[in-house]
Write a protein that binds this ligand. Structure first.
Ligand code: ATP
Ligand code: MG
Length: 415
């Protein structure tokens, strides 16, 4: 929901992105005024960027709530103790460590098993308390060595991280399967096609994992996928080769592609419950450790991948589900008749609850069109002397550049 006059919009477009910015996603987002670069791998999100983030977050929320996830907000400033208890303090290379003035050590969350597990433990005494799945959407901090992929690899970034706890392996497997489907729905709803790689866990703590991959040259992963079925593997862990026949369906051939990991789900087994002494009474009355899973989605990376996948030489082409506004109403001309016609249409669109950005600025037509292409709203509606004379509006589809002249009635029904 929402609408805005562009003359009131806090940000402006700019001709150039910072010279040290090499990634396409950040260049476009900076030029369009969606994000502001603080340093390599760290970005602030401005009003248009916030609107996109909120839409992505709401899609993720919706799907996590639908499978029984309950949203919480965990602390991001952490004491060092739980991190020492799991030995991550010395083993996780991306962990930032902070020394306070009283020489107490802290860290900031790079993932939050160390916080989520003790929280779940506090409220779980019997099998009746399980299964449970808690999640948050929040900031993560990682001391990444290379941060050249714009918002796709941040030193600070937004992640949805969910942690689930189960009485039995069977119950974990059940939840894992529905979580995988929910993940695929998230990406589809965001306008992307993601493939789930089959992989054993990447680290010693994990038994089974899926990585969700979107094909894009801006990605940092190398995958093999079947041309016929859904089979997909990360080349890093597979001994299969490009061009081989798919072992799953035996119909397709394995093709190699560059991809970006936009999420992953892990079976963590009992590693964290073990480290924290987390047990509960199972159905047979025995004290046992729960099976734990973790489920991550890179929210800001997803936004970056959308920009990489959905853009052209003129700018961004937002998928409808995550666009900051659905309609970009562009007024060309300053005459009383044009201003009145455009204002009236704006008010009507607002009254109907459309998400509309209204370019009511007094600038040249060429600049307005270039800005509109850069900002990337899916539908542009132009009001000018010419359209008024014909009693119509010009509607331009951003993705194809296709232009049509429509009456107000047609316009409102088409939207
Ligand atoms: P990568 O291999 O890309 O470093 P990861 O295996 O370290 O990812 P996780 O720790 O499982 O990733 O984090 C969950 C999700 O968070 C990832 O699937 C990815 O989408 C996102 N993510 C991870 N690191 C970053 C980062 N530095 N910037 C933005 N998003 C990230
Ligand atoms: Mg990583």
């Amino acid at each position: 929901m929402g609408y805005m006059r562009q003359s009131h919009l806090f940000t402006k477009t700019r001709k150039e992105a910072p010279s040290d910015e090499v990634s396409q996603n950040a260049q476009l987002l900076i030029r369009a005024g969606f994000v502001h670069k603080e340093m390599a791998g760290v970005y602030s999100y401005l009003p248009l960027g916030m609107r996109v983030l909120q839409k992505i977050e709401n899609i993720v929320r919706d799907e996590m709530n639908a499978i029984g996830g309950q949203e919480i907000r965990m602390a991001t400033l952490h004491p060092s103790e739980p991190w020492k208890q799991t030995r991550a303090w010395d083993n996780v290379d991306v962990l930032f460590k902070i020394m306070s003035r009283t020489e107490k050590e802290y860290t900031v969350g790079q993932s939050e098993e160390e916080i989520a597990t003790p929280i779940a433990q506090e409220y779980t005494t019997s099998y009746k308390d399980l299964p449970l799945a808690i999640y948050q959407i929040g900031q993560k901090y990682r001391d990444e060595l290379r941060a050249k992929s714009g918002i796709m690899r941040g030193r600070e970034f937004t992640m949805k991280d969910m942690y689930s706890f189960h009485e039995t392996q069977e119950d974990f497997d059940r939840f894992y399967a529905i979580a995988k489907e929910a993940y695929l729905r998230v990406y589809t709803r965001c306008g992307l096609i993601a493939k789930a790689t089959e992989a054993s866990g990447g680290s010693f703590t994990t038994k089974l994992s899926y990585e969700f991959m979107v094909l894009t040259n801006a990605g940092e992963d190398d995958i093999l996928y079947c041309t016929s079925c859904a089979f997909c593997v990360n080349t890093e862990i597979s001994d299969q080769k490009e061009g081989e026949v798919c072992t799953r369906c035996t119909a397709g051939i394995l093709e190699r592609a560059t991809a970006s990991e936009v999420g992953n789900i892990f079976d963590l087994g009992t590693k964290y419950p073990h480290d924290f002494g987390f047990t509960f009474k199972n159905t047979s009355g025995e004290e046992v450790q729960p099976i734990m899973g973790c489920f991550g989605i890179g929210i800001t990376r997803l936004m970056g991948v959308i920009v990489e996948a959905c853009s052209d030489e003129k700018g961004i082409v937002w998928p409808r589900a995550v666009t900051p506004f659905h309609v970009h109403l562009v007024r060309i001309g300053e005459s009383e008749a044009v201003v009145q016609a455009a204002d009236t249409l704006y008010e009507e669109l607002v009254r109907q609850g459309r998400e509309v950005l209204y370019d009511d600025r007094d600038v040249r037509a060429g600049e307005k069109f270039a800005d509109s292409d850069l900002l990337g709203m899916p539908t542009r509606v132009v009001v000018s002397e010419k359209t008024i004379a014909g009693g119509v509006y010009e509607v331009v589809t951003r993705a194809t550049g296709e232009k049509t002249m429509v009456t107000q009635e047609m316009l409102l029904s088409a939207l």
